[in-house]
Design a binder for this molecule. Structure first.
Ligand SMILES: Nc1nc2c(ncn2[C@@H]2O[C@H](COP(=O)(O)O[C@H]3[C@@H](O)[C@H](n4cnc5c(=O)[nH]c(N)nc54)O[C@@H]3COP(=O)(O)O)[C@@H](O)[C@H]2O)c(=O)[nH]1
Length: 527
């Protein structure tokens, strides 16, 4: 049963619907979060790369500017011609805004915006020239000595040629939730802060991650240029992201809830289709078949002579389903042989294990469409041989028009096997007088509507005629639907009736009930 209960049992359906919705909603939210994390990672990677490219471009400008200085500065240092040559360098479109001559740790002269009045000591570099470019750096120095008070910048010197690299504030405007730090990484493993939010690089290399990785509730991404000189660390602050995207988050949640509801309709619909009555009946037909037995008594002796086997089907939630509900499915899906086979198997197992009475008549209902020699052989042949102490009766109810010749051949075949055939529900539907004349059956069960009709009603009077007609054709007569003692008494007074069946005698019983009924039944009580 397991999960199926949730789709079969009415009272679980709302809960099931809600649980499916919740599951889908969670899945959608997880997908959204996953997409958002990926988008953030992409932004981090992209912004990091862009900043690195800026710094690498600047660096190649610096290198090419040095090449120009080496080539163009031919005059004696700080001479008028030299200053002219230096000014030509300053016109290069390089983003570097001060050029100077250095000798013995002193800036001797400079050109561009700065106005160096006197030589200026610059002391030891922060980063010496032991790098692939042979450039020494003085990081973040106050450029007041160049007549640029309050401006900070890095000094880069190669040989006697120097330049100022102003603070490189990234051109890009980051999203509010993002920050960056650029450091210059030097070969001895130290690094110098270059720009952005201090401390990110330290956190990143302490975070032991590569690529984009979570760190202290944030996402960090660190990347150095191929020469390993500039390193950019970008950070996405998760709390800031959430705070900045509150409105988008609410919209996304509502959208996810609605989409989950739509998907639930579909998914639930598919499950329901899979588990709807018809589908599950067909899947579990054989496993679910149970048999009930309605006793049949002799009107002459009052003794129990046998029973009619009536099928029920146990649904997956344990509910008992009656033939009115499943027979249309059986007929529509052409499963009559499977149902009858299952009923016969269950009934014969239960009856042979529990009912010792001999002889004992066992009536089965056979679909008219199965009243063909080959189908009946398959349905009843072996059963008859295995259970010879039972007297089998095949009840045929004509819910559809049948070919009399085919049915008669089947009746003859059954008779050869020792099985009797009764016309069931005589007097209603196709089960009429004409068939009584055409089909050589052994007995007639007169439809219960006659016996159930009030005394002196038209139906009750027709019952008498029906009995007479059946008797005239020399058939055994069974009256169904005996619901009162009075009706039974009337029938017993009528010498033409052979057997009676009905709620007054007993409702259909399970096998244990049938055994009890047989044990407790007192024929004289109805005599
Ligand atoms: N092909 C098959 N048809 C089958 C099988 N099992 C049952 N059936 C047919 O389903 C119809 C309904 O059967 P069920 O609900 O079991 O009803 C039977 C009795 O409970 C009911 N009955 C008997 N006595 C009385 C009574 O006094 N009053 C009253 N209101 N109802 C009563 O009648 C049904 C038995 O009818 P019948 O078969 O005509 O003798 C029914 O048509 C079954 O035939 C199956 O395995 N195969």
């Amino acid at each position: 049963m397991g999960l199926a209960r949730f789709f079969v049992t009415e009272r679980y359906q709302k809960t099931t619907f809600f649980l499916i919705w919740l599951g889908l909603f969670v899945v959608l939210v997880v997908i959204l979060v996953w997409l958002a994390v990926h988008a953030v990672r992409d932004v981090l990677r992209q912004e990091t790369d862009e900043t690195l490219v800026e710094f690498m471009r600047l660096r190649s400008n610096v290198i090419s500017t040095y090449a120009r200085m080496d080539e163009w500065l031919t005059a004696p240092p700080c001479s008028a011609l030299y200053m002219e040559q230096l000014r030509r360098v300053a016109f290069l479109p390089d983003g570097i805004n001060e050029f100077f001559h250095v000798s013995d740790g002193r800036i001797e002269c400079s050109v561009n915006h700065g106005t160096l009045q006197t030589p200026h000591e610059i002391g030891l570099p922060d980063i010496d020239s032991d790098n692939p470019f042979g450039v020494s750096f003085w990081i973040d120095r106050d450029l007041g000595f160049l007549g640029m008070p309050g401006l900070m910048g890095a000094l880069a010197v190669r040989g006697n040629h120097g330049m100022i690299i102003p603070p490189q504030n990234p051109i890009t405007i980051f999203p509010q939730w993002m920050s960056q730090e650029v450091v210059i990484h030097v070969p001895d493993g130290n690094w110098w802060y270059r720009s952005g939010e201090p401390g990110l690089f330290t956190a990143a290399i302490g975070g032991l991650g590569t690529g984009v990785f979570p760190h202290d509730g944030d996402y960090l991404h660190v990347k150095c240029d191929p020469a390993g000189i500039h390193c950019v660390t970008s950070r996405a602050n998760v709390v800031d992201i959430a705070r900045n995207s509150l409105s988008s988050l609410s919209v996304a949640s509502v959208a996810a809830a609605l989409l989950a509801a739509l998907l639930t309709q579909f998914v639930y619909g598919q499950f329901r289709k899979y588990w709807d009555f018809e589908a599950r009946f067909l899947r579990y037909l054989t496993e679910g078949v149970i048999c009930t037995y309605q006793p049949i008594i002799s009107t002459r002796t009052g003794a129990v002579v046998g029973c009619e086997v009536l099928a029920r089907w146990r649904d997956l939630d344990g509910k008992i389903v009656f033939p009115d509900e499943f027979l249309p499915v059986v007929e529509k899906q052409n499963m009559s042989v499977q149902l009858t086979r299952a009923v016969i198997d269950v009934a014969m197992r239960e009856l042979s294990d529990n009912v010792p009475q001999e002889p004992f008549q066992v009536n089965f209902n056979i679909f008219p469409r199965d009243f063909e020699v080959t189908k009946l052989e398959a349905l009843l042949g072996a059963t008859v041989l295995d259970h010879r102490r039972f007297q089998f009766v095949a009840e045929i109810v004509e819910t559809e028009k049948v070919e009399a010749e085919i049915v008669q051949a089947a009746i003859d075949h059954l008779r050869r096997l020792g099985i009797r055939t009764y016309i069931d529900d005589f007097g209603v539907g196709y089960s009429n007088l004409q068939n009584l004349g055409v089909l050589q059956v052994d007995g007639v069960k007169i439809d219960r509507s006659f016996a159930m009709a009030p005394d002196h009603s038209v139906m009750a009077r027709i019952l008498d005629y029906a009995i007479e007609m059946a008797h005239a054709s020399n058939r055994a007569i069974v009256i169904e639907g005996v619901e009162t003692n009075e009706r039974l008494a009337t029938l017993r007074e009528n010498a033409l009736v052979d057997y009676a069946q009905g709620y007054f005698i007993s409702r259909p019983l399970d096998i244990a009930g049938l055994v009890r009924f047989i044990a407790n039944w007192k024929p004289e009580a109805v005599r």
